[in-house]
Design a protein around this ligand. Structure first.
Ligand SMILES: [Zn+2]
Ligand SMILES: [Zn+2]
Length: 172
């Protein structure tokens, strides 16, 4: 979505729409799929700049960090940004912002493209560790079986025989 900032004066610009983003565009292997993204928000004049507020709702299918099984996670996130239009030339006077915990986005033209903002937010919403369930047992290190389904696989076979030979050598 591209919003012309020069058209926003007294009245905030509001939207409520559904966007499709391909999971591949996030370039993260653990993200297998994305549902359509429900996006609503507003852009209004602020001093300085514009205030961009949005709410996103969607589902992401992630590969479990331990067993690699795909599982879907619902995501809801909010954004609150100040958008400043800054000429590309270096300016002499620094723009002073009042102390605030709001994020600031500087753009060069007065057309705001929301796609990079959306992509960045989607990337932030990918958890560091995505488990299919909190106690996921992961994959068997010997045969690769899913230990959630075969908890006893390879029982007793604690060490690969080749490593065992190495151990015997060290002990010998
Ligand atoms: Zn898992
Ligand atoms: Zn096994």
């Amino acid at each position: 979505m591209r919003i012309r900032l020069d058209l926003i004066e007294e009245e905030p610009f509001r939207w409520n729409e559904t966007e499709s983003i391909a999971a591949e565009s996030l370039a993260r292997l653990e993200v297998i799929g994305l549902t359509e993204i429900e996006s609503s928000g507003s852009l209004e004049r602020a001093h300085p700049g514009y205030r961009f507020q949005a709410r996103l709702q969607y589902g992401q299918t992630l590969a479990c960090s331990r067993c690699l099984k795909p599982h879907e996670v619902e995501v809801e996130s909010r954004l609150d940004l100040i958008v400043l239009v800054q000429p590309p030339e270096p300016t002499s006077g620094e723009i002073q912002l009042e102390a605030s915990e709001l994020g600031v986005l500087a753009i060069e033209s007065d057309i705001l493209d929301t796609e990079p903002i959306l992509l960045e937010q989607l990337a932030l919403n990918i958890p560091m560790s995505a488990l299919c369930r909190p106690d996921c047992a992961g994959l068997c290190p010997y045969c690769g079986a899913d230990r959630n389904e075969q908890p006893d696989c390879c029982d007793g076979q604690e060490i690969d025989p080749r490593w065992q030979a190495l151990n015997d050598l060290k002990l010998g």
